[in-house]
Design a protein around this ligand. Structure first.
Ligand code: KIV
Ligand code: ZN
Length: 513
């Protein structure tokens, strides 16, 4: 059996299914480039048949990324498989990932199909997919809760039909490690042609065991592919977290005995990028990528680490990319130094116009904040004003007045489709007043689900505030992110960014739909 563990990243597909995590084409391309730098083996770029927007994203990623296999999800039907194949045409290495539910509950209540119909559809779809793509993966959705004998029949049939990877999802996060590991092993022992395919695990985190289950699937079950997302992004409690699986296998190579091709020094930059783009903040105590993951607060621990690092550290912060947190540029830095830093950080701005806008934003920030960190540059390049893509809403200026005992007032100047508007309002606080001032013209009718502020870099009140705003309207949930040393300005930027997403035409169809 191979001793390489394949890392299949589904941040852009299953991760994006998380409410509010939908991304623009530009954002997906940026994440795909970072995943390429991270050297993941497979990038699931989206679900081509779900919408023209998703098709376009899969196609753009397939045409851009050279080093990883690019995969599109497809339901087990002819149209989905054709759309996936079309979108993947430009890829150096393409994979179609087709799926259909196999649990009694899903077949009866959701699909309203008999097991025999599902069996035939799975087999036919894999055959179809193999005719248009040499690399085909099959997933029995809700596989872990499926009847064991039926699942074995389906898996044998799809491997016979040409599936080179079979993936066993714990779609609802119901598994526990030992049982899931044994389940994968039992499947591999029972399915007669099991050795003709790579076995893959796909675990959701509803009981907080996605990583443990995936690792058990590898260790006990013999799976050689893990499906995972950056920061564990995903629907409900999320998916298996890439950084945790990779660092577990790497740190405990003595136990797992497996190699992963990932460049771990790109983990923290990937985590920061996904968090900034989606607005899903990483909890400080999150393993590997949380702000406190390598911080030692107690005196005993600090003393130990100073004497010998391995007294309390099993990984080195710099090995997962934490060394990026340093002062890089200041007010006097020139355009070339700035461009070089963008390159070092792996940020590829599309055009010289975008570099110019980013440099102007950097100069403006450097006037207000003496030390510019890598995180500041990442946030700045995520700002919509830097992007060449014309957004519907943009901030021009904001003035607000607040005084103890007085009701705060805000005056916001912003653009809608290039035309300038001014809004004035008062509110409970300056943020409330500013968002109300925007709403005097926009009248979005959106419900504010979440408002949160974070410091981009720790340790100083000079740090930029990073604000996330989550809005809901007409069944859609979107996140907007804005960064600025002034958190009221950051809030207005985040609100406008959320409105841009809310009013973008790129709607998605849920993969399970
Ligand atoms: O969780 C799941 O079942 C999935 C499949 C579509 C692979 O994401
Ligand atoms: Zn999933």
């Amino acid at each position: 059996m191979s001793d390489k563990l394949i890392i299949f990243d589904t941040t852009l597909r299953d991760g994006e299914q998380s409410p509010g995590a939908s991304m623009t084409r530009d954002e997906k391309l940026r994440i795909a480039r970072q995943l390429e730098r991270l050297k993941v083996d497979v990038i699931e770029a989206g679900f081509a048949a779900s919408s023209p927007g998703d098709f376009d994203c899969v196609q753009a990623i397939a045409n851009t990324i050279k080093d990883a296999t690019i995969c599109s999800l497809a339901r087990a039907n002819e149209r989905d498989i054709e759309r996936a194949a079309q979108a993947l045409k430009g890829a150096r290495r393409a994979r179609i990932h087709t799926f259909i539910a196999t649990s009694a509950l899903h077949m009866e209540k959701k699909l309203r199909m008999t097991p025999e119909q599902v069996f035939e559809q799975a087999r036919q779809s894999v055959r179809l997919a193999r005719n248009v793509c040499p690399d085909v993966e099959f997933s029995p959705e809700d596989g872990y809760r499926s009847d064991f004998d039926f699942l074995c029949r389906v898996l044998e049939a799809v491997i016979d039909a040409g599936a080179s990877t079979v993936n066993i999802p714990d779609t609802v996060g119901y598994a526990v490690p030992e049982l899931y590991g044994n389940f994968i092993r039992a499947l591999r022992e029972r399915v007669p042609n099991a050795d003709k395919a790579i076995w893959s695990v796909h675990c959701h985190n509803d009981l907080g065991m996605a990583v443990a289950n995936s690792l058990a699937g590898v260790k006990i079950g013999g799976a050689r592919q893990v499906e995972c997302t950056i920061n564990g992004l995903g629907e409900r409690a999320g998916n298996c977290s890439l950084e945790e699986v990779v660092m577990a296998v790497r740190t405990r190579r003595d136990y797992f005995g497996l190699d992963v091709g990932v460049d771990a020094t790109q983990i923290v930059p990937a985590s920061r990028m996904v968090s900034l783009i989606t607005g899903f903040v990483v909890q400080p105590n999150k393993a590997v990528v949380g702000a406190n993951a390598f911080a030692h607060a107690s005196g005993i621990h600090q003393d130990g680490v100073l004497k010998a690092r391995d007294t309390y550290e099993i990984m080195r912060a710099e090995d997962v990319g934490w060394s990026a947190n340093k002062i890089v540029l200041g007010k006097l830095s020139g355009r070339n130094a700035f461009k070089q830093r963008l390159q070092d950080l792996g940020i590829e701005l599309g055009s010289e116009t975008e570099v110019n806008s980013a440099f102007a934003a950097f100069k403006e920030l450097a006037d207000r904040k003496s030390d510019i960190f890598d995180e500041d540059i990442l946030a700045l390049c995520s700002d919509e004003s830097v992007s060449a893509e014309k957004e519907q809403y943009g901030l021009v200026s904001l003035a607000q007045h607040s005084e103890t005992g007085e009701r705060p007032q805000a005056h916001v100047v912003f653009t809608i489709d290039g035309r300038e508007y001014q809004g004035r309002a008062d509110g409970n606080g300056p943020v409330d007043a500013s968002l109300k001032a925007i709403e005097t013209h926009v009248k979005s009718g959106a419900e504010l689900l979440l408002y949160s502020v974070n410091a981009i870099t720790s340790g100083s009140t000079e740090s930029q505030g990073e604000v996330t705003v989550r809005l809901q309207h007409g069944g859609r949930v979107v996140n907007g992110v804005g960064a600025d040393p002034d958190i009221v300005v950051a809030s207005a930027k985040a609100y406008l960014s959320a409105l841009n997403k809310l009013h973008s035409k790129a709607e998605r169809v849920a993969a399970q739909g």
